[in-house]
Every structure is written in C-alpha cells, then in structure tokens.
Write a protein that binds this ligand. Sequence first.
Ligand code: FES
Length: 119
Amino acid sequence: MNGRDVPVDAEGGRSLLSVLRDDLNLTGSKYGCGEGRCGACTVLLDGAPTRSCQVAVGSVGHRKILTIESLEHDGQLHPLQQAFLNHDAFQCGLPGQKPIALPHPNPLLKGEGFCNRQI
Ligand code: FES
C-alpha cells in the first residue's frame, strides 16, 4: 500500500474502497457511483487504474496498491493536489463534471483517475 506493507484484517467480500477509507483512513479515493462508472474511487492496482469499489479486498492479496495519497512526498502535496486546494476545487475540479484528460505519465493524474463521467 503506497510503498509499504500494510496488514489488513477485513472480510474478504468487502470492497477495496471500503477498506481503504474505513479501515486505513485513506480517504482520497471517493465513493461516487459505487457501480464502477464514475472513477472517483480509482487506485492503481499493480500499476493499472482500477475502480476500487468493484474490487473485493480478498482478491487483492499482495498486489501493489497506489492511492492518490501516494503522490504526496515528505509532507508536500503534489502540485496538482495543491492547485485543487488553492482553487477550492472539489471532485474532478471542473464545473459540470467534464472529464479531465491530463497529459501526465502517472495514471492517477490522467483522466481515468478523476471523474470521467460524460454529461
Ligand atoms: S465509486 Fe467506484 S467507479 Fe464510481
């Protein structure tokens, strides 16, 4: 989990999102639709963007998980995280929930890591 071994004692059928938020206090991944559609809960699972609301925690095993919290280093937010704070952005940060398609190599910062619901 974000570069550390994190033991988890949770019922295997619970969603990864639930365990991240409720057991590990990693609240950067959000509950949006709960149906795998909005992307608010996206994490990287072995490097692949994954909707954590759709993953049973029992299926994760020792796979590598990166959450949005992994972008912070030495107590410093990633510039994008800081920009959200500076501009009081929330959710995907754009009015009308338009998709974000950032040209960034980290999938957590690409469109699939944020709201990608088309309106
Ligand atoms: S809450 Fe997981 S995709 Fe919407």
